[in-house]
Write a protein of this length. Structure first.
Lengths: 237, 315
């Protein structure tokens, strides 16, 4: 456990010693703020639902960008040889890095709470429960995308490739629900269940169902497990 | 302390390490010498758990690397080739990171930090960013990180490559000092480097161990030959051949006729010394011996001889 924490602290420090994390947070807040307020006054309602539709789109590019260097950078620097020959399990390295990436995403998500605070102070009839579950859904979605990002980062030592592979996998999850009409009816149920959108919409409606939580948990677990396997595979190269 | 048991590693069809075995004892500085691509780094990577052996095993104090890699990794300090570091970290942070993973925190970390800073002569750079340090200092940072838990075993992959001559001497002295209380295994492709630092040399070539011993042992190895240079007046080629037939165990390497004398180079096995026979033969034939000097094959010849053929595979 303390190894996970050590890796976590190291990654978080490396995020914040470079300008990257700050640039990321500012741009994330601006992009979301722009698209949210753009339509906000047209609807003329103190409602945050449109934000919950925008953030997943922004995630598509931002999360692969945040996580692309988590492992690939260690590979290209050669420092992977240092951390994997320290007395620490590959699994702990992966979890520590994942949690660091996820923390940055959650901090970024937190910047959008400014809209909630604004609405809370000036708006009327806000559905606090829906806001809460909306944020929960976004946090879980961020968790899945970060796990995908860590996985794609483990596949290569080139950050650009890691970024592109990350976007590609994340897009598959994102689009599954939207391409349902092209899928044979017999597979539609499975494809729908695999899509993040399907589970996210349930949670966003205000229903916290264990099935949805299990889905997010298993997808995260799957990608972290695969990442661990990829790291271990170096031994047999 | 360390036993390498029939260790092999294949990269696809290429056999980088071919069933090598050797043992290393406590408080020994051992040089692992070989040309680029001989299999040095691959062997060290298997010893530290970065790579798994295709066959064979590595035993460290009873634990083996396949089943107990974490236990072994706790006991060793490893400086990989090219000394990769996080350039954006401060020296202090980097050492703290290593210490934390090794479970050294609080007061113990302070003590460990003081020890490695003194040992590696890093006073004054502890609060610097690693990327701003000179190459020599970076090498010390890598070494300090490998030593932060005061391991009994240090494995250093090419610890002095790319350093300037002064830095090389400093690192060499540091390694010698460390070797008084630790087992240090260092690799290099430069013979002089190894010769100046270590007690024992293991030479690896094309994935196989071709020599193992102190430099004196390697030189006096039965494969070692001595050359005898002679300058003789009143002798000719035929009489030299007759001498060769009379004295067993010598071969004529070269023969040059000068104005009044001949220059001859003989070679013989170190196991016997024919100089007296040569002298006696010269006297009995009435030759005038102008010069007779023996030169042993040096370590460099032996290294070149052992690692000449073949093509490099993986490092």
């Amino acid at each position: 456990m303390h190894n996970i924490l050590t890796i976590y602290k190291k990654e978080l420090r490396s995020f914040f010693t470079s300008p990257m994390a700050y640039v990321f947070l500012v741009v994330f807040a601006l992009v979301n703020g722009y698209f949210f307020t753009n339509t906000f006054f047209l609807y003329n309602q103190s409602d945050m639902r449109s934000l919950f539709g925008i953030v997943p789109l922004v995630y598509l590019f931002f999360i692969p960008a945040v996580s692309m260097g988590l492992i690939s950078r260690e590979k290209s620097l050669g420092t992977l040889e240092i951390i994997t020959t320290l007395p620490i399990r590959e699994r702990d390295i992966v979890i520590g890095k994942y949690l660091a990436g996820l923390s940055l995403i959650l901090v970024a998500l937190f910047t959008t709470s400014i809209h909630y605070i604004t609405l809370y102070n000036v708006g009327t009839t806000i559905d606090h429960g829906a806001v809460f579950t909306g944020y929960l859904g976004l946090a879980l979605l961020g968790g899945v995308y970060t796990a995908v990002g860590v996985f794609s980062s483990s596949l290569t030592e080139n950050q650009v490739i890691a970024f592109i592979v990350g976007i590609a996998i994340v897009l598959v999850f994102f689009l599954m629900d939207k391409l349902l009409m092209f899928v044979p009816a017999s597979l539609a149920g499975i494809v729908q269940y695999m899509s993040t959108e399907f589970h996210l919409s349930n949670i966003a409606r205000g229903v916290i169902d264990t099935r949805n939580l299990v889905y997010f948990g298993s997808v995260i677990g799957f990608f972290l497990f695969m990442t661990t396997r990829v790291l271990e595979a170096r031994k047999w190269s | 302390m360390i036993r390498i048991d029939n260790l092999s590693k294949n990269y696809g069809h290429i056999q980088a390490v071919k069933s090598i075995s050797f043992s290393l004892a406590d408080k020994e500085i051992v040089g692992f010498l070989g040309a680029n691509g001989a299999g040095k780094s691959t062997t060290l990577k298997m010893m530290t758990g970065y790579l798994s052996p295709t066959a064979g095993n590595v035993f460290v104090n009873g634990n083996n690397i396949i089943e107990h890699s974490l236990e072994i990794q706790k006991q060793i300090g490893y400086l990989p080739e090219l000394n990769p570091l996080y350039a954006e970290m401060k020296v202090y942070e980097y050492l703290k990171f290593h210490a934390e993973i090794r479970g050294i925190v609080g007061h113990n970390f302070k003590k460990a930090l003081e020890r490695v800073v003194v040992d590696c002569a890093m006073q004054g750079i502890v609060h610097r960013t690693i990327g701003h340090c000179s190459k020599g200092y970076k090498q010390r940072i890598g070494l300090a990180a490998a030593m932060i838990h005061d391991p009994k075993i240090l494995i250093l992959d090419e610890p002095v490559s790319g350093l300037d001559p002064n830095q090389i001497v400093e690192i060499r002295q540091l390694i010698k000092k460390l070797g008084k209380e630790k087992l240090v295994l260092m690799s290099s492709h430069i013979l002089q480097e190894i010769q100046a630092t270590v007690n024992r040399i293991i030479i690896i070539h094309n994935g196989e161990i071709v020599a193992d011993g102190t430099s004196e042992e390697l030189i006096s190895d039965s494969k070692g030959m001595t050359q005898l240079h002679l300058e003789i007046q009143d002798a000719d080629e035929n009489s030299i051949q007759e001498m060769k037939a009379m004295i067993p165990g010598i071969t004529v390497i070269s023969f040059h006729k000068m104005n009044a004398s001949v220059q001859v180079t003989l070679e013989y096995n170190n196991t016997f010394d024919p100089r007296k026979n040569v002298f006696d033969y010269a006297v009995s034939n009435g030759w005038t011996l102008m010069e007779m000097s023996a030169s042993k094959r040096n370590l460099e010849d032996i290294f070149r001889h052992l690692t000449q053929d073949g093509d490099p595979a993986h490092a």
